[in-house]
Design a binder for this molecule. Structure first.
Ligand code: GDP
Length: 520
């Protein structure tokens, strides 16, 4: 009998407490032994690679990774999503590989821009969300106001699962509305050290023995109002992405962390069917299928290793198995797949649907590839984005053209940038969706490929992939050569000077399709 899987991500705005919560979840899951290790490990790894200096300087996390832990017979796969908005592409793709998400919001800030964006991606695929209102040990906004904001901004039913007994200076604990337990802090630190008491309900007179008069009054009146005023918990509504259970807590002080793991274990869905062509992939199917949602190169700069992250959708994967990547057409044997246990990379012998495995390769695998035994399905719904910023890459040393091409090919495969080779002119053009990607590019070119290059304004603002009848495409190409390029896969791309330019061409060429994304 294989163990149940829960594959999930944490979505949040920077600073809401995602790192802290991740660390505490791993701690509870027994995956790490000392708090602080997540960041420390990250720093160690970062120190080895120059380009990641940007991460350190900006205090953001550019790379995403996978953390696996096991608790009470359930295997949890936590996929880390970079929080910075410039890395939305990577993040979006990671969200296609999860079955559910935890949304962390800061009790003082409520729903912030990045949370909303990420939530919208989850909504596209009806990914169920558990909400964690973090930092109740600090002054925050009124809990009702926060609940109403989640309900209004996200158009979700909300169901409070716990309630803070005061916040900030008045914080005296968190009451579990489902199990009628009060979790209380110890001493001045406000840390949760396992002090939990059982009650019969919010009207239990014994609550008065452990709470101050004002905290008791607030908790009972607010708690009763909360229970009466919002939806009850409905598993189906949650799993359909229509209702979010809301937990109040403090990642830093360890309130609500265990309840979150339990909620994921009890309510979050097992691996779901994956949208695919010609039919969705049933996780119970015995044929092995998976898809690549992320490529990370040069995790170790000494070895130029490149790891493709594959989410397994169906079947039992066994080491050495031969799978056919959709982009390649011929099978490859996967001899040393990697599992990501929280501390070390471990070689995987087997993996189940919902698991993520890392496949070392030299560029054969691409983001969006489906890997399967029979090569009969294609995963759908993996987004590719039209670049919003285009730049010319100028080499300082013209003898390094070959290295530059290799680097750009590599980095475009990894999804760091998109690269366009113009039909006319010598300078290659790169496209990104966020400014920060440009800095990452220049810094990695230098650190990893020893290519000294800089970026220059390009006369283009965005790009569209062109498709249509061959003769019509050719005719269009003949008169617009100076605005045409090929992407890495030799697809024809129209480089537009402005959004207006796109509209103009669309109008003049009704038989051509100008796509903002490249279909894979
Ligand atoms: P991330 O950017 O979302 O990963 O946020 P971090 O986990 O790095 O947290 C941002 C800051 O908030 C750090 O200084 C944390 O120590 C602090 N923080 C996180 N959770 C809590 C909490 O529950 N209570 C308090 N008081 N501070 C917290």
């Amino acid at each position: 009998m294989t163990k149940p899987r829960r594959t999930f991500a944490i979505i949040s705005h920077p600073d809401a407490g995602k790192t802290t919560l991740t660390e505490k979840l791993l701690l509870k899951g027994g995956a790490i032994h000392l708090a602080g290790e997540v960041k420390a490990r990250g720093d160690n790894r970062r120190a080895r690679s120059d380009w990641m200096k940007i991460e350190q300087q900006r205090g953001i996390s550019v790379t995403s990774s996978v953390m696996t832990f096991e608790r009470n017979g359930i295997v949890f796969n936590l996929l880390d999503t970079p929080g910075h908005e410039d890395f939305s592409e990577d993040t979006y793709r990671t969200l296609t590989a999860v079955d559910s998400a935890i949304m962390v919001i800061d009790a003082a800030s409520g729903i912030e821009a990045q949370t909303l964006k990420l939530f919208e991606v989850c909504r596209l695929r009806s990914v169920p969300i558990i909400t964690f209102v973090n930092k109740v040990d600090r002054e925050g906004r009124d809990p009702f106001e926060l609940l109403d904001e989640v309900a209004d901004k996200l158009a979700l039913d909300v169901c409070p699962m716990s309630w803070p007994a005061g916040m900030g200076g008045q914080f005296e604990g968190v009451y579990d509305l489902v199990n009628n337990q009060l979790h209380q802090p110890t001493g001045d630190s406000k840390q949760y050290d396992g002090v939990t008491r059982q009650f019969t309900g919010l009207d239990d007179p014994k609550l008065a023995e452990v709470l101050s008069e004002s905290a008791l009054e607030r908790l009972t009146s607010e708690g009763e109002l909360a229970q009466g005023g919002y939806s009850g918990f409905d598993l189906e509504a949650y799993q359909n992405g229509d209702l979010t259970p809301v937990f109040f807590g403090s990642a830093l002080k360890q309130f609500g962390v265990e309840e979150l793991i339990e909620a994921i274990a009890d309510y979050a869905p097992s691996p779901r069917p994956q949208p695919a062509d010609p039919a969705p992939i049933d996780p119970a199917s015995s044929d092995v299928t998976g898809f690549i949602f992320k490529i990370q190169a040069n995790m170790d700069p000494q070895h130029r290793d490149r790891i493709a992250f594959m989410r397994l959708c169906s079947g039992e994967f066994k080491r050495g198995m031969k799978l056919t990547p959709s982009g390649l057409g011929k099978p490859i044997a996967i001899h040393s797949p990697i599992l990501f246990f929280a501390q070390d990379r471990e070689i995987a012998d087997t993996a189940e649907p919902g698991d993520i495995i890392g496949i070392p390769n030299h560029g054969t695998l691409r983001v969006g590839d489906t890997l399967s035994e029979k090569n009969q399905v294609r995963i759908t719904g993996l987004p590719n984005f039209a670049p919003e910023i285009l730049r010319r890459v100028i080499l300082r040393d013209p003898t390094k053209t070959k290295q530059l091409r290799k680097a750009l090919d590599d980095l475009s495969e990894e999804g760091v940038v998109q690269v366009f080779y113009p039909e006319i002119g010598a300078n290659w053009i790169i496209g990104v969706v966020g400014q920060l990607q440009l800095e990452v590019l220049v810094s990695r070119l230098e650190a990893e490929y020893k290519v000294d290059a800089y970026l220059e304004q390009a006369p283009f603002e965005t790009a569209r992939w062109i498709s249509g009848d061959e003769a019509i495409v050719d005719a269009f190409a003949n008169i617009n050569q100076s605005a045409l390029a090929k992407d890495r896969d030799n697809n024809l791309v129209f480089l537009a000077r402005s959004a207006w330019d796109v509209g103009y061409q669309e109008e003049r060429n009704p038989d051509l399709k100008f796509s903002t994304t490249r279909e894979r």
